[in-house]
Design a protein around this ligand. Structure first.
Ligand SMILES: [Zn+2]
Length: 237
């Protein structure tokens, strides 16, 4: 799928699991999700849902932070054996989850920086800003991302769950790609079988453009309207 479809699926997927995980504990991580955590999680999942395509040189995420993400992309492509290979495996999702959870255990500041970078990637994927004016949209993206990260920080958002959210975002990416013709080698490097190969729609084809992306967009709007705890955000009278 295209970057924007993946990013949208991250938001929809997160909103869908919020009521299931809230107040629960998984792998020793407790999910206590207030309004701040719900917003943060949606953006984290949107960004994480773009991470597996870091193995592709023209992917949204690769283009997001110039030479930095381009260099990372080259390394990922080499490490994981080319596009839609190792970065599209369950092993990769687990590795990302563990790595990011390591950040949580290591340093609060590192987590804030990571969240900032990931939200920037999410906005880039969601198509924030205009294609026509790259410089201006880059600046707007950076300002909004910084403002949001800061707002979430001031609200004391707890990110103890972020490792699991990032792994979940990667899984959502695989689901999206399984739905396309190319399929995904989920069990790489043990078994190279591509799940969902030759079934589904073409990446950026008519089905994705006219059906998948619009449906995901509607999902985001509906979830944001009905599931988001708007009353809790308003100051108490
Ligand atoms: Zn992909």
């Amino acid at each position: 799928m295209m970057g924007h479809s993946h990013a949208l699926s991250g938001v929809v997927g997160w909103m869908a699991i919020v009521p299931l995980v809230d107040g629960e504990q998984f792998l020793g991580v407790r999910f206590d999700l207030g309004p701040g955590e719900i917003v943060a999680g949606a953006l984290v999942c949107a960004g994480a849902a773009l991470v597996p395509d870091l193995d592709h040189k023209s992917a949204t995420i690769t283009q997001t932070y110039g030479v930095v993400t381009k260099a990372l992309s080259a390394i990922f492509n080499w490490l994981f054996g080319g596009h839609r290979n190792g970065t599209h495996s369950l092993l990769f999702a687990a590795l990302m989850g563990i790595l990011v959870h390591g950040l949580v255990l290591w340093s609060d500041l590192a987590v804030q920086v990571f969240v900032f970078l990931l939200i920037g990637i999410a906005f880039n994927g969601l198509g924030f800003g205009m294609e026509k004016n790259r410089a201006a949209s880059g600046i707007i993206n950076a300002l909004v991302t910084a403002g949001l990260t800061l707002a979430l920080f001031i609200n004391g958002v707890d990110y103890s769950w972020i490792g699991l959210a990032v792994a979940f975002g990667c899984l959502l990416h695989f689901l999206g790609d399984i739905a396309t013709r190319m399929g995904v080698p989920l069990l790489w490097p043990v078994w190279g079988y591509r799940f969902g190969q030759n079934v589904g729609f073409d990446t950026d084809g008519a089905v994705e453009r006219h059906l998948v992306t619009p449906l995901l967009t509607i999902g985001v709007v509906l979830y944001s309207t009905f599931r988001f705890p708007w009353p809790e955000l308003l100051p108490a009278a």
